[in-house]
Design a protein. Structure first.
Length: 558
């Protein structure tokens, strides 16, 4: 449920905050006052696009903040998957800002979010319906998904099972196409794979080999400097250089003096032992270093071999991957595909058998889907016809036509289309043939009222869907919304007093001009003010005692 909406610097709205409640929330105001700005702002907060006039003139940024109480399981799961922490009370704060350069920043409970995340989350928060949404209802391609939303949990399980079979069959057919396709192309592909396999095998690559070669290259390439430095080190440590004695000789002299001192002071014995150990270790290290240097010599041929080997590795990396590990992984794939194509006759027989099995499974799963849809369609037809009769379409007939397509698809083999006869004696025809916007609005409201029990969405928004209806019909449309409001939060922009009179909460949207500045404001109406607004809607700006009395009577009957 939408609890609060804060809007700042959006079009004509300088700043406003609206606290909505459960049930039927009605928004009214004169034509051009900016009623749709509220819905446009909410749509923007939930990932919708902002038009060029969205940002208030003269401002550098606009912001919309929407606070929801979100308790449905599907939404909580999406938030967890996105790494968004939820509040203990289920509150969900969505904020989106727009700057003058057109850049937007989105946040969910304080965490940065993407527009895609907002759109995905909005699917479980609100369902917006306005006159422009007629197109989705007129598109038969979308009717199958609408019908599926009415179906039971058993249908969802059957659809998942069907889609698994559908995907398995597609994979089998893809493999068969590869095997049974053009013979010349298959032979050409095998030649390429064989060449790649032999090229990689001939190099006998090993994991970690490149690093070892680079280390050897570094050592051999610096051999002259390496020999000079180790030789100088040995000279300083052991050989000495006239007239300077070596480090070992100096350490020997130091030991001799310390021994003599230790005879005079036994407290120096510990230092003597440590120094003797250190001297012995230095002499051992020098001997080991001398043996190592005896094996040092420049080896141009070995360096050249290493360079050639590295160039071979670099060539394979450029062709088959960015690392030795990637090349080896590519080799494994080549071997598998080559084996697959080489044993094509046996594999084809296996796949043919598997395809028949998957087709059988798919046919059975598709039949189950179709049966469940047809069963559901009968109940939906009855419920929608009842809802239409409640809204003064007493002779309307609603039919969900389900035909079989020639091809299997991700949703099954059913082709679903909604048909309607709005008046007695008329034949059933597609919804696109309905001429009246009022009839279309009532059909959509009927669908919503039937769908509500199968939907977790907490807020339905109707943006002037009462266009084309009036009088008793308007009253019936309002009553249907009011009944729907007993189960869901409803936000409705309307120009009809019959609907406004049914409000659980009533908001007035007004436009004020001062100099060259125009501002739209939103006010919650108390009972007395609501009566005056309904009276205005009934009789225009000239409110009389008669219109006030009529408004009170209309609201009393509500």
């Amino acid at each position: 449920m939408l609890e609060r909406l804060h809007i700042k610097n959006v079009a004509l709205i300088e700043e406003c905050e609206i606290s909505f409640g459960g049930g039927l929330n009605i928004l009214t105001g004169e034509t051009g006052a900016g009623k749709s700005m509220v819905i446009d702002s909410l749509h923007f907060a939930l990932g919708g696009r902002a038009g060029k006039d969205f940002l208030r003139r003269g401002q550098k940024s606009a912001s919309v903040e929407a606070l929801f109480l979100a308790e449905n399981a599907s939404l909580q799961e999406k938030l967890m998957e996105s790494g968004i922490e939820t509040e203990e009370d289920g509150s969900l704060l969505i904020t989106r800002t727009l700057n003058e350069s057109g850049k937007t920043v989105c946040r969910i409970n304080g965490s940065i979010a993407t527009v895609g995340m907002l759109k995905e989350i909005s699917e479980d928060l609100i369902d917006i319906y306005g006159q422009h949404e007629h197109q989705s209802l007129l598109n038969p391609a979308k009717h199958i998904r609408l019908l599926d939303r009415f179906c039971s949990a058993a249908f969802a399980e059957a659809l998942e099972k069907y889609r698994e079979s559908f995907q398995n069959l597609r994979e089998v057919e893809k493999q068969m196409k590869t095997l049974m396709g053009d013979e010349a192309q298959r032979e050409q592909r095998m030649d390429i794979l064989q060449f790649q396999k032999e090229e990689i095998e001939s190099c006998a690559l090993k994991a970690g080999e490149e690093d070892d070669l680079l280390e050897q290259k570094k050592r051999l390439g610096s051999m002259e400097k390496l020999m000079r430095l180790t030789g100088e080190s040995i000279a300083l440590l052991y050989d000495g250089k006239d007239p300077f004695p070596s480090a070992c000789e100096q350490m020997g002299d130091a030991l001799a003096k310390l021994r003599e001192a230790a005879e005079l002071d036994s407290g120096l014995s510990g230092f003597l032992e440590e120094l003797e150990d250190a001297c012995a270790r230095v002499e051992d290290s020098v001997r080991d270093l001398k043996r190592e240097t005896e094996n040092q010599e420049a080896d141009p041929e070995a360096l050249e071999e290493i360079e050639e080997r590295l160039q071979t590795i670099y060539k394979l990396k450029r062709k088959y991957g960015g690392s030795v590990e990637a090349v080896l992984k590519f080799y494994d794939k080549v071997v598998q595909e080559l084996d697959f194509l080489t044993n094509s006759s046996e594999r084809t027989a296996e796949l043919t058998k598997k395809r028949a099995e998957e087709q059988k499974k798919l046919k059975a799963a598709g039949k189950t889907l179709s049966e469940l849809r047809r069963e559901t369609a009968k109940h939906v037809e009855e419920q929608i016809e009842v809802a239409l009769r409640d809204m003064e379409m007493k002779n309307a007939r609603f039919h969900i036509q389900i035909d079989e397509k020639t091809e299997w698809g991700p949703e099954g083999r059913d082709k679903v289309e909604f048909l309607i006869s709005a008046n007695a004696g008329e034949a059933l025809k597609p919804l696109a043939k309905i001429a009246s916007g009022g009839e279309m609005s009532r059909v959509m409201l009927a669908l919503k009222s039937v769908l509500v029990d199968a939907d977790e969405i907490g807020t339905f928004i109707f943006d002037e869907i009462d266009t084309g209806v009036s009088g008793r019909t308007a009253r019936k449309v309002g009553e249907k919304m009011s009944v729907l409001g007993e189960k869901r939060q409803i936000l409705c922009i309307t120009h009809l007093p019959q609907i406004a009179a049914l409000a659980d909460r009533h908001f007035l949207i007004e436009k004020h001009s001062e100099g060259d500045t125009t501002t739209t404001e939103v006010f919650p109406l108390e009972q007395e003010d609501s009566v005056r607004e309904v009276a205005r809607m009934m009789g225009g700006s000239n409110i009389t005692e008669a219109t006030l009395a009529a408004a009170k009577e209309l609201m009393k009957r509500a």
